[in-house]
Design a protein around this ligand. Structure first.
Ligand SMILES: [Zn+2]
Ligand SMILES: [Zn+2]
Length: 62
């Protein structure tokens, strides 16, 4: 079963952990892998995109 696990494992670009690729989601900005754990916590962007993100303009917060 190790070979299957290795093939399915990807490094989450938000938290840096190796998680199952089949259970993760793509970053909404660049499409890189973000794991399901991060996604459940509301993280939909990889760390690189999150750091590049400009502060949310007030007119978008309502
Ligand atoms: Zn993650
Ligand atoms: Zn990204």
């Amino acid at each position: 079963m190790t070979s299957l696990r290795e093939r399915d494992a990807m490094t989450c670009r938000a938290c840096g952990k190796e998680e199952r690729a089949s259970e993760g989601y793509p970053c909404v900005k660049c499409g890189t892998f973000v794991c399901v754990v991060c996604n459940m916590r509301g993280v939909v962007e990889c760390r690189a995109c999150a750091e590049k993100k400009i502060p949310t303009p007030k007119w978008l917060e309502d």
